[in-house]
Write a protein that binds this ligand. Structure first.
Ligand code: IPE
Ligand code: IPE
Ligand code: MG
Length: 244
């Protein structure tokens, strides 16, 4: 299949409202240390923000939201911070399961699962199954996600398919089908909070033609109003996808 056809299938389209927004939620640690508090306080406040943003998305016309919660590089942090974050993820799933089911949120996870605690893995699978029929908002949480790791796992899967004769000459769509985000539209807009202007291994394949917005606001301060303002600005962008 031609690359432009693959792109047409994989993107959310060029409408004035982004259908799929992806967020690099950065700045929790600085938010806490600025106040003389432990970094984990910032992560807890950050998790509260996720809930508010998730609730705001459908009314803002966003049908897909992908959030970067923990990277393959974040294991370099202290054991206390890593274990604290894992506990926040477990609690988030346990406490939000009921509400997300009621509000029509379909929750999915991307990233390698093998390195995660067994109890967390079980919770992730169970909420994915429980919310599988929901369509109001597709929420994807990236945990132990790294774009290079995802591409390596996808390339390995694709090589198996080729070896087994299932795929003859791999196309972009064949690789897309092997990604953790198989079946998801590409993000139209990627937002990074906290003033850093890098992508930190987030969705390198999927965001090839995404628009980027970098805001100095730290994630625990990022409100639905901030999101609404960014979405309004998105409407003014001219997306050309290589055309004229
Ligand atoms: C983002 O906030 C959350 C994770 C990476 C888990 P940080 O913890 O990176 O916050 P800063 O960048 O140190 O302020
Ligand atoms: C990116 O933030 C990862 C997440 C937001 C989960 P980091 O804080 O880990 O990224 P760097 O180290 O500043 O690039
Ligand atoms: Mg950071």
């Amino acid at each position: 299949m031609a690359a432009d056809t693959a792109q047409a299938l994989n993107t959310g389209g060029s409408s004035q409202r982004p259908r799929h927004v992806a967020i690099i939620m950065d700045g929790n640690g600085r938010w806490a240390t600025d106040r003389g508090w432990p970094r984990l306080v910032g992560h807890r406040r950050g998790a509260e923000r996720v809930k508010q943003i998730v609730r705001a998305c459908p009314d803002l016309g966003v049908n897909w939201l992908t959030v970067y919660a923990f990277s393959t590089e974040n294991w370099k942090r202290s054991t206390e911070e890593v274990l604290g974050l894992m506990k926040i993820f477990r609690r988030y799933i346990e406490r939000e399961a009921e509400g997300m089911s009621a509000e029509g949120v379909r929750l999915r996870f991307i990233g390698g699962r093998d390195r995660l605690d067994g109890k967390l893995q079980a919770l992730m699978s169970s909420i994915e199954a429980r919310t599988a029929g929901n369509t109001r908002l597709n929420l994807t949480v990236a945990i132990n996600y790294g774009g290079r790791d995802e591409l390596l796992r996808a390339a390995t899967k694709l090589a198996c398919k080729v070896a087994q004769g299932e795929v003859a000459e791999p196309t972009e769509n064949d690789l897309h089908a092997c990604l953790d985000t198989a079946g998801h539209p590409d993000p139209d807009l990627v937002i990074r909070t906290s003033g850093e202007t890098r992508t930190s291994n987030f969705l390198p394949w999927q965001a090839a033609y995404s628009e980027y917005e970098f805001t100095p606001t730290l994630w625990p301060d990022f409100s639905p109003d901030h999101l609404a303002a960014i979405l309004d600005r998105f409407g003014l962008r001219d997306r050309r996808f290589g055309g004229v």
